[in-house]
Design a protein around this ligand. Structure first.
Ligand SMILES: [Zn+2]
Length: 349
């Protein structure tokens, strides 16, 4: 059985359900570091079969400074069989230095201290396609949702990551992460309500909106949203930072929260049968971000809504520096096969 696992995470032991050692293959991380467990025989079809894997290593997290961390290896920090292709239940226990906080997929079952470390236990209430977490020196705030009654919480970091440290005494010195978190939470709540109205109830009762040090990259995991730090900086600060208003970037910041929240429905509730259909998840999340700008932000934002569709049109038709427009790359159905050095990479997934 081939497992997805980051090659810097080295396997030390594999045992079957009777605690019997199994052979495994994991070559040098610089050669072919893929990990395979070798079963004595094919396990019976449609019966549960368990394998226990002991492993350890690093390069999953990178310290971004100021209490922020990049979670680099989001999918392959644990041995998994088929990436996003299959759903399963997860029961996860994290043990971390007590100054930091883990926010995991699943529902928090309990927290305790062990040998000076903070321990938290999370269980997914429904099968999910991927298990993951965010990690850092987080402060937590909550927002009440009296209409749909989801439990929505926000996690922010008081200090700036090293990449923005030069602004500590400048435009971002007055950064107000707490109030910007409230703003992001209000947007998340509005989008949760809007998506519930249009698409039905989300499969997750609790959603965590978490800050990450990346500037132009957001992502959604089951009940866990990673927002770029740029979503926590207001428009005045962005103007002071860049010296001008970059419309594309302003657009990205306007879209990223409703887009990622919509992935709780498209991507993490309704999945895709194969990579041919994966674009539907992005397409519906983008569509839902447009709905948000139209319905949740009120009439004074009409211009933003119209600008949004104008931006979408340009994104498809405008040629990049290689003279290639996304529209010319090939049939949408080919999905990730169309990715090449001549194509831009998505900044939001
Ligand atoms: Zn997306």
């Amino acid at each position: 059985m081939k497992f997805g696992l980051l090659p810097t995470l080295r396997v030390s032991r594999v045992v079957d359900e009777d605690d019997k050692d199994l052979h495994f293959i994991q070559e040098n991380k610089k050669e072919d570091g893929s990990f395979y467990a070798i079963l004595d025989q094919a396990p019976p079809v449609k019966q549960e079969h368990s394998v226990t894997i002991e492993y350890g290593g690093d390069k999953v997290l990178y310290d971004a400074g100021g209490g922020s961390y990049y979670v680099g290896s989001r999918e392959s920090w644990y041995p998994n069989l088929n990436g996003f292709g299959e759903k399963s239940l997860y029961d996860l226990t994290f043990k971390v230095p007590k100054s930091n906080v883990v926010i995991s997929v699943g529902k928090l079952q309990g927290e305790s201290m062990e040998e000076g470390f903070a321990v938290s236990h999370w269980v997914t209430p429904v099968p999910v396609a991927v298990a993951g977490f965010n990690y850092g020196k987080y402060q937590k705030v909550e927002i009440e949702d009296t209409i749909t009654h989801y439990s929505i919480s926000g996690y922010y970091i008081q200090d700036l990551p090293d990449s923005l440290a030069r602004f500590r005494n400048g435009p971002l010195g007055a950064m107000a992460p707490r109030s910007m978190t409230n703003y992001a939470l209000e947007q998340a709540r509005a989008q949760m309500q809007l998506c519930t109205l249009f698409f039905g109830r989300a499969p997750y009762e609790n959603v965590a909106i978490t800050e990450q040090p990346n500037f132009n990259f957001g992502q959604s995991w089951p009940n866990l949203v990673y927002l770029p730090i740029s979503a926590y900086i207001d428009s005045t600060q962005r103007w002071m930072l860049f010296g001008h208003i970059d419309n594309n970037f302003t657009g990205f910041v306007q879209e990223v929260t409703p887009h990622e929240v919509a992935h709780q429905w498209f991507g993490h509730s309704v999945g895709w049968a194969s990579y041919h259909d994966q674009w539907l998840s992005e397409g519906f999340a983008d569509f839902a971000a447009g709905l948000f700008l139209e319905e949740a932000m009120g009439p004074k934002w009409q211009k933003d809504y119209l600008d949004y569709w104008d931006r979408q049109k340009r994104r498809i038709l405008e040629k990049n520096s290689f003279g290639v427009a996304p529209n010319d790359a090939g049939p949408l159905w080919l999905g990730l096969r169309l990715i090449s050095p001549r194509q831009g990479r998505p900044t939001r997934v």
